[in-house]
Design a protein around this ligand. Structure first.
Ligand code: HEM
Length: 493
């Protein structure tokens, strides 16, 4: 036996170590400030986005941008509000894709506006923008209002026996009802019953099963793998449920020649309108694409809105003076309007708007915005180039908790939205910014504000012994959510 047999045993680990080090020195080699990392650093897996991106943001303190590693791959974080505006708005042509690796032409539901790249995204966004105008929101106002009334009834009957309420549970049921009603034209009775097939399917999408996490991870580390592995991102049952649901609703509407003021109707009209549905660039709003957009409205709208309402309710219970001030505003508006809530009224309540804005600041619903660089880009004012394919992150939760823009960031202070200077404005990104910002923000504000108006008009809220704070945020979710219940005491006013 050769005396050098041991050599590979020593050399191989050294080579592997060197290759890993070389890979993880990606940002160092490029002369860009960065956060040190290694393959065993699994912070991205263990922490919630709201905490994770704020931590990286703080680690890059003093730099306008910097590199980090997440999901075993190099990413770039842009910290400076001026540069962020360039990425999101001015130089949008370089960053029009989100780089969402869930997009898959073989999986109809993933072909939605959030995940779609390039031309498909542009086509969808252009066609669907008119769906979200104030005019269209007004049509849906009554549907959402009905849900807010049901929410009050459900809370009212709960507190007959027990004044302690898990607000997260109730407002999730409310949000499911709102979206199922406005996106699919369906009554699910989830507020009253607490259980519905729709709600069960919704929880399946978000329950973060290990298999879904593995698929998501492998796709984000190596997008090519999806062609080889062919494992669907959305489970078969969920996928079939939502595809059939939209098909049934569409067929029923067409067959009965009936119509309703909801998203599915707007999409049916869009499909029927030859000028809109099929234009020169041969974009056709197929049935599958239509289902994918309804599914997206549901996915994008239900957790985001319910968590926003839950956080606001918690803060109102924790800050009784703010709660009283908001109740006074609601009461005086109701008196002025003969106890009738209208779309205009909801949007003209200044203090309510500040309370919602502050909740969205303190609890960033998305810890980060994501973009992918689609062609080589020079960062303005520097000699640094971002390569095509680089994933770019905008650290919303970091900006929202930066003392420089929001003094005393831990404090819930709606008054900070009184006179917003431009610097403050640029650092505030709850709905993103630019052509790819949240298309549903008007709808979201309408449903969040209506729930708050109805609940505060009818109940006084207080913290109770079961209220858990600080919150423990759930890891690996796109939407910031709390792992546990949010208990509050409700008393009839
Ligand atoms: C409080 C509730 C909500 C919050 C905080 C929120 C936040 C966001 C954020 C941060 C983005 C990414 C923006 C960017 O990358 O610049 C986004 C995208 C999106 N949101 Fe929302 N959202 C909410 C509710 C809704 C609702 C109710 C809908 C639909 C009914 C909706 C539909 C969408 C869609 C379709 C996109 C993708 C837009 C595109 O890529 O063109 N969102 N949302």
């Amino acid at each position: 036996m050769s005396e050098f047999m041991w050599l590979p045993l020593v050399l191989l680990p050294m080579i592997i170590f060197w290759l890993i080090k070389y890979y993880y020195d990606y940002w160092k080699r490029r002369g860009i400030p960065y956060v040190e990392s290694h393959p065993l650093d699994l912070d991205w897996y263990k922490s919630a986005g709201i905490d994770y991106y704020a931590k990286i943001y703080r680690q890059l303190e003093g730099h306008k941008f910097g590199g980090f590693f997440s999901r075993f791959a190099p990413k770039l974080m842009i910290r400076d509000p001026e540069l962020i505006k360039n990425v999101l708005i001015k130089d949008f042509d370089y960053f029009h894709d989100r780089g969402d690796t869930t997009f898959d032409e073989n999986e109809p539901l993933t072909m939605n506006m959030f995940s779609a790249p390039g031309t498909l995204w542009r086509n969808l966004r252009t066609r669907l923008t008119p769906t979200f105008t104030s005019g269209k929101m007004k049509y849906m106002f009554n549907l959402v209002q009905e849900c807010a009334e049901e929410l009050v009834q459900a809370v009212d009957s709960h507190i007959q026996n027990d004044t302690t309420i898990d607000v997260k549970n109730y407002v999730t049921r409310y949000s499911i009802e709102v979206i199922s009603s406005c996106a699919f034209g369906l009554k699910t009775y989830s507020i009253k019953d607490g259980h519905s097939r729709f709600a069960a399917m919704a929880s399946k999408i978000f329950e973060g099963k290990l298999s879904a996490r593995i698929v998501y991870l492998t796709r984000s580390v190596c997008p090519k793998l999806k062609e080889i592995l062919r494992v669907p991102f959305i489970g078969k049952t969920t996928s079939e449920f939502f595809l059939k649901l939209t098909n049934d609703v569409v067929e029923h509407r067409k067959a009965s020649n009936s119509s309703r003021n909801d998203f599915v109707q707007i999409l049916i009209n869009l499909q029927d309108d030859k000028k809109m549905g099929t234009i020169e660039d041969e974009f056709t709003l197929t049935d599958d694409l239509m289902s994918a957009q309804c599914f997206l409205f549901f996915v994008a709208g239900y957790d985001t809105s319910s968590m926003t309402i839950s956080f606001a309710l918690y803060e109102l219970a924790a800050n009784i003076e703010i709660q009283k001030k908001l109740q006074n505003e609601i009461d005086s508006f109701m008196e002025e309007h003969d106890d009738q809530v209208s779309y205009e009224m909801v949007h003209n309540m200044p203090y309510l708007h500040k309370v919602v804005s502050e909740s969205l600041r303190k609890y960033s619903i998305n810890g980060t915005l994501m973009r992918v660089c689609v062609k080589k880009y020079q960062i303005p004012g520097t000699e640094v180039y971002i390569d095509k394919g680089t994933e770019v992150f905008i650290p919303v939760s970091g900006l929202h908790t930066d003392e420089r823009y929001f003094p005393d960031p831990e404090r819930f202070l709606p008054e900070r939205f009184e006179d917003r200077n431009p610097e403050f404005r640029d650092a505030y990104l709850p709905f993103g910014a630019g052509p790819r910002s949240c298309i549903g923000f008007r709808f979201a504000l309408m449903s969040v504000k209506l729930a708050l108006i109805y609940l505060l008009r009818n109940f006084n809220l207080e913290l109770c012994t079961e209220t858990r704070y600080p919150f423990e945020f759930a890891p690996l979710k796109i939407v910031t959510s709390v792992k546990h219940e949010i208990f509050l005491t409700f008393n009839k006013r």
